[in-house]
Design a protein around this ligand. Structure first.
Ligand SMILES: Cc1cc2nc3c(=O)[nH]c(=O)nc-3n(C[C@H](O)[C@H](O)[C@H](O)COP(=O)(O)OP(=O)(O)OC[C@H]3O[C@@H](n4cnc5c(N)ncnc54)[C@H](O)[C@@H]3O)c2cc1C
Length: 434
């Protein structure tokens, strides 16, 4: 078994990995290096860094389904994925000062009026309670320290030599640099280390997983048309899949009550997103959500998406189409930047042959929500540029080129606490089995 395990990042992925190793009597050395602070010193405003990483100071919602939170079952199958997520939830309860308060909200059944046109994704969520995350962090940290885990805080890893199993660390306070050695490395730098991950991927020419394209529109309509569904699920997730075509669609990031469409500028082009204001003063009784298509099998998906987004620009901004409405205003009261087009021709041509799936989605929403009729508009495009995911051995999440280097959490393919923690646990299990 590997005797010197170094973990980069003290986020939920690595904290769960270290816990699994300790619980199973691992007798080697475990070192965790993090550029943030320990849970006793970490201030609230440091949202992304420090003990438990972004997860430590998050909303404390532990999603409990393999279709949410990024990839897990792809590596280990459905049953194992659920078992790994159970372990993460148990850990949060174990270090919780009041474990009996950790509650699971169970979804209601899919309402009949949605069928047969759409699926509605409803999934269980465990609520840890934001107020308790500090205490959980401290209890968990004490457990790891008491069991011999060594931590290096406020220490940023700036380089890793995968060929010689060494790395460089800069101590942030003093700017002094030192190096470390490892037998096994677990790379769990989360979103705050995404650029570092990319940098290493380029330096070592790491093979990556092909990523699907995610592109579509931001749909907007008066909320009243969707109220029946909002009452069931505030952030509803409608979806449908065309298995044989490699295309799936989902509604994404629903905003209600005081809901505004926002322009995003990426690589110099405009695309759209949405947000909701909490303050009643901003109430506009609108609903907006993305209708995002995931398209498999497109060669060079990033280039393809960039090209489509470019084609959907006029005069340096995106497009708006509606059979009856005008673009809305932002929460600051200015018009959402978009050029209104009278027909769907340009949109359909730019996204060909895929726009018809979005069109059908809207047509079927008109059947499910009969008052909707022509009272809607779309801002085009909405796009998610997915960062490349390093190719790993599915059995242990180790880089295919460097089998003693494992990627976990948001640095791999996760997007949430439970899946990140589960990936860390999965790697620890593979080390224990070895
Ligand atoms: C505000 C907010 C709210 C969220 N709410 C939820 C929620 O309610 N439910 C949910 O499931 N998910 C939530 N998330 C997402 C969730 O927190 C992450 O998916 C999860 O924390 C990822 O775990 P990780 O271990 O991969 O990385 P992280 O938890 O992000 O940890 C990565 C760690 O690596 C360290 N690091 C990065 N680069 C370096 C480097 N070069 N050298 C040394 N250390 C480095 C960072 O300091 C950090 O501590 C939220 C995220 C945010 C930002």
């Amino acid at each position: 078994m590997s005797k010197n395990v170094v973990m980069i990042g003290a986020g939920v992925a690595n904290v769960n990995a270290a816990t699994k190793l300790i619980d199973n009597g691992f007798d080697g050395k475990i070192t965790i290096i993090d550029m943030g602070k320990d849970p006793y010193l970490r201030p609230y405003e440091e949202v992304m860094t420090g003990f438990l990483g972004a997860g430590g100071w998050s909303d404390g919602k532990l999603t409990y389904h393999t279709s949410i939170g990024g990839q897990l079952s792809k590596y280990c199958g459905e049953d194992k994925a659920m078992e790994l997520m159970d372990q993460v939830i148990e850990n949060f309860k174990r270090f919780h000062p009041k474990p009996e308060e950790v509650q699971c909200s169970n979804p209601v059944e899919e309402p009949d009026f949605i069928k047969p046109y759409f699926g509605l994704r409803l999934f269980p969520v465990w609520h840890v309670g934001t107020d308790y995350l500090h205490e959980i962090g401290k209890n968990w940290y004490d457990f790891l320290v008491d069991n011999g885990v060594q931590f290096e805080w406020e220490a940023k890893v700036t380089d890793i030599d995968f060929k010689n199993n060494t790395g460089k660390v800069v101590v942030l306070e003093s700017d002094l640099e030192h190096s470390f050695e490892y037998d096994t490395l677990i790379f769990g730098v989360g979103k705050s280390g995404i650029d570092f991950g990319k940098q290493l991927a380029e330096k070592y020419d790491l093979p990556t997983e092909p990523k699907p394209v995610q592109i579509g529109v931001r749909f907007e309509a008066p909320q009243k048309h969707f109220q029946k569904l909002i009452d069931v699920s505030y952030d509803f997730k409608l979806y449908r899949k065309y298995e044989d075509k490699g295309v799936s669609l989902r509604s994404f990031c629903t905003n209600n009550n005081a809901a505004y469409v926002a322009v995003e500028e990426t690589y110099g082009d405009h695309s759209y997103n949405g947000h909701a204001k909490k303050d009643e003063a901003f109430r506009n009784d609108m609903t907006n959500f993305g209708i995002l298509m995931e398209v498999q099998g497109i060669d060079k998906p990033f280039d393809w998406s960039r090209d489509v987004v470019k084609k959907l620009q006029i005069d340096g901004t995106g497009l708006y189409y509606s059979p009856s409405r005008k673009p809305s205003t932002t929460s600051e009261g200015v018009n959402v930047s978009a050029i209104q087009v009278d027909t769907l021709h340009k949109i359909s041509k730019s996204m060909q042959p895929y726009f018809m799936y979005v069109y059908d989605f809207i047509e079927d929403m008109k059947k499910v929500f009969p008052t909707l009729k022509d009272d809607w508009g779309i801002y085009v495009p909405e796009v998610k540029y997915l960062s490349p995911e390093p190719l790993v051995d599915y059995a242990n999440l180790a880089l295919t080129k460097y089998p003693n280097v494992h990627f976990v959490g948001d640095a791999l393919s996760a997007r949430g606490i439970t899946v990140s923690g589960a990936q860390g646990t999965y790697v620890a299990e593979s080390l224990l089995e070895n």
